[in-house]
Design a protein around this ligand. Structure first.
Ligand code: SF4
Length: 682
């Protein structure tokens, strides 16, 4: 029996765990007590994370589409055909190709993926699922603080006197962060939860603020209005560390809580109480997640939270900060690696000549494309329009994850070339021309970067099934097939050393320094730097070091309730499932807990409509409809319904209903968390 210490493949907490191997097969998971993130504890997903690894459905050989089915192929055959098709499209226009990397793959896989797109193909059309989760955090926090990442650390939560949780339920989405919140409460911290649902974390709150989806800006402006009226702002911080405050100060005077109540559905007295609780705390922290970001004004929501944190001086010190909780185990890392259309690794803008020249020198690759690429949500539209002719997806499943799934399917079907590299034949892989079998987290070496910017080693515990290969190896082989000599890496360690050269935040992370349970948190620019647990301690990462206030108007979304579609649909996660279910739906234990989807509906609404618990309902939006079982509860606001987004079976795929537009003008986020719908009995 062998024990291999590695990192959980699911959420952004990035808990450490030991994989137990017997005769070369992974048979279980044991606690890794020295991992500081989780101290030996795991949530159900982590505990059963070994179950999908040996599943019979694992892809074992390359597949080529033939007569609407697939034929088994050799690696040589598949890669040579893919290379010739990529070359043909590239010759006409390199920007007619798009590349989607994966927040489930290692930093090394993602680094190689974007390097391939940029140096071999010559396009910046490279993105990852962050565009559909925390794209607004990257853009919003870059504008206000100069860096789009969690400001503080997970253990730091226990130093806080007040934790404001908006659009997030860490007990279901990030359970080991949820555990820290409960520990902070036991130490005396006050908890405020803002959500349209009375969630499991809300049950532990000192104050629960129900909020109509999409009205966050009005609420946050109103919290700031009270803080200013009560003189709870931190004038020293505002004067020394920030700019543009005057503009904001005038603007938020109109956000009286009793007027805002009419927009948000949050009682004015609760808004006042929350403002006093947050504003009076010595150290107050904000946690947020997709309830803030997955909106047509997601960037504005993030900027508003930045305004609130800066107004009270809650940035750059222990127990405070503004913390986007990243969804997947390596979504932070895939963004750090430059799997983004406008940034090279380390968030260096592609449009700046100096950055481009530096990358050309390091990669020795000749002229790089100076045009920023298009984002994931734009790639689907471009595929539909015919300007994108080929897509290469590594560990991405847009046929469940993206909004307006009928449109996504039609877009993918119009492509000349669709390559999917994954561990299972996903709903998207079924549409592909080529399917390439990849190694899973337990079958590779490399690094992951968790939500708190902590970089740690991922370690191989077993061999991949059949001929499946590590993602970076597949891409490197394809690059060589296309004539590139820039991908001759011996192992993932050599790739990490190149990452250190190009991403300044990783510069000081010698592998021997991160090959420890605690790893290192970026920025860590030099080998004698201790890593950074708290960002923006003395100055912000903006060009002049100042935090920037912005005046933000509430959203006048076109997606509002109306007489034809009187309910607001919002979506989210449950603790036993993960993202599009590719891995968790193949875990017997987890699937037993949550075998099917459901729609949560308020008990008074159900009474008015004559709906009984468990009854099948037909939910329709302006673009589609699904049939789904009712779950009646008082724990959701009247007029709002909730469906988990993990399920891809039958007719319960919720993104049949959600719309792909309008997009957030800054981050290009579609309105995944707010969709007008109507309900009738099936
Ligand atoms: Fe894995 Fe997240 Fe659960 Fe930790 S909290 S065990 S990282 S799913």
């Amino acid at each position: 029996m062998n024990f291999t210490s590695t990192i959980c493949p699911y959420c952004g907490c990035g808990c450490g765990l030991n994989l137990v191997t017997v005769d070369g097969k992974i048979k279980g998971v044991e606690p890794w007590k020295r991992s500081p993130v989780n101290e030996g504890k795991l949530c159900p997903k982590g505990n059963y994370s070994y179950e999908f690894i040996n599943h019979d459905d694992r892809l074992k050989y390359p597949l080529i589409k033939e007569n609407n089915g697939f034929k088994k192929a050799t690696w040589g055959e598949a890669l040579s055909l893919i290379a010739s098709k990529l070359k043909k499209i590239k010759k006409e226009d390199p920007d007619a190709l798009g590349f989607l990397g994966s927040a489930r793959c290692t930093n090394e896989d993602n680094y190689i993926f974007q390097k391939f797109a940029r140096t071999v193909i010559g396009t910046n059309n490279v993105d990852n699922c962050a565009n559909l989760c925390h794209g607004p955090s990257i853009m919003g926090l870059n504008l206000t603080f100069g860096s789009g990442a969690m400001t503080n650390s997970i253990d730091d939560l226990e130093e806080s006197n007040c934790i404001l949780i908006v659009g997030s339920n860490p007990l279901e989405q990030h359970p080991l962060i949820g555990r820290r919140v409960l520990r902070a409460k036991r130490k005396g911290a006050k908890i405020i939860v803002v959500d349209p649902r009375y969630t499991s974390i809300a049950r532990f709150a000192d104050l629960f603020l129900p909020l109509k989806p999409g009205t966050d800006v009005a609420l946050i402006n109103s919290l700031m209005n009270i803080i200013l009226e009560e003189g709870l702002e931190d004038n020293e911080f505002i004067n020394k560390r920030t700019k543009n405050f005057k503009e904001l100060e005038e603007h938020i005077k109109e956000f009286d809580p009793y007027k805002v109540e009419k927009i948000t559905g949050t009682p004015g007295n609760l808004i006042k109480e929350a403002a006093l609780m947050y504003g009076q705390a010595d150290n107050a922290v904000i946690l947020y997640c997709l309830g803030i970001t997955e909106h047509v004004n997601g960037t504005d929501n993030v900027i508003s939270l930045s305004n609130l944190a800066m107004l009270t001086g809650n940035i750059g010190k222990r127990g405070s900060g503004l913390n986007p909780l990243r969804g997947q185990n390596n979504v932070q890392g895939s963004c750090d690696m430059g799997v983004l259309p406008y940034f090279y690794p380390g968030y260096q803008k592609v449009i700046i000549d100096e950055n481009r020249e530096k990358m050309q020198d390091t990669w020795q690759c000749g002229e790089l494309n100076y045009l920023p690429g298009i984002q994931l949500s734009e790639m689907m539209e471009a595929a539909y329009e015919g300007t994108i002719k080929g897509l290469y997806l590594m560990g991405e499943n847009p046929m469940v994850a993206d909004p307006d799934l009928r449109h996504v399917k039609e877009s993918l079907e119009r492509l000349e070339l669709l390559v999917v590299q994954d561990i299972f034949l996903t709903e998207t892989a079924e549409l592909a021309d080529f399917v390439l079998p990849a190694a899973c987290f337990a079958e590779k070496n490399g690094t992951f970067t968790n939500t708190e910017r902590r970089v740690r080693c991922v370690r191989k515990a077993a061999n991949s099934p059949g001929e499946a290969m590590e993602d970076w190896m597949i891409i490197s082989r394809l690059a060589r097939e296309m004539g590139s000599d820039l991908f001759n890496f011996k192992d993932s360690g050599e790739i990490f050393n190149e990452i250190r050269k190009v991403a300044p935040q990783y510069g000081g992370m010698d592998l021997s320094r991160i090959n420890k349970p605690e790893g290192l948190q970026w920025p860590c620019p030099t080998e004698d730097h201790p890593g950074t647990t708290i960002l923006h301690q003395d100055s912000f990462s903006t060009p002049d070091g100042k935090g920037v206030f912005y005046k933000i108007e509430p959203n006048n979304s076109t997606e509002i309730q109306n007489s034809e579609y009187p309910f607001i649909l919002t979506t989210g996660r449950v603790v036993f499932q993960f993202q599009t279910g590719t891995m968790t739906m193949r875990s017997e234990t987890l699937t037993k807990q949550y075998p099917e989807s459901y729609v949560e509906i308020n008990d008074e609404d159900a009474h008015v409509l004559g709906i009984i618990n468990g009854e099948k309902l037909n939910i329709s939006s302006k673009i589609g409809d699904i049939d789904i079982k009712a779950r009646i509860t008082p724990d959701i606001m009247p007029g709002v319904i909730f469906v988990p987004f993990h399920f891809a079976e039958g007719e319960e795929v919720i993104n049949i209903l959600t719309c792909g537009e309008p997009l957030d003008p800054v981050s290009k986020m579609p309105p995944l968390k707010l969709c007008s719908v109507k309900i009738k009995k099936s």
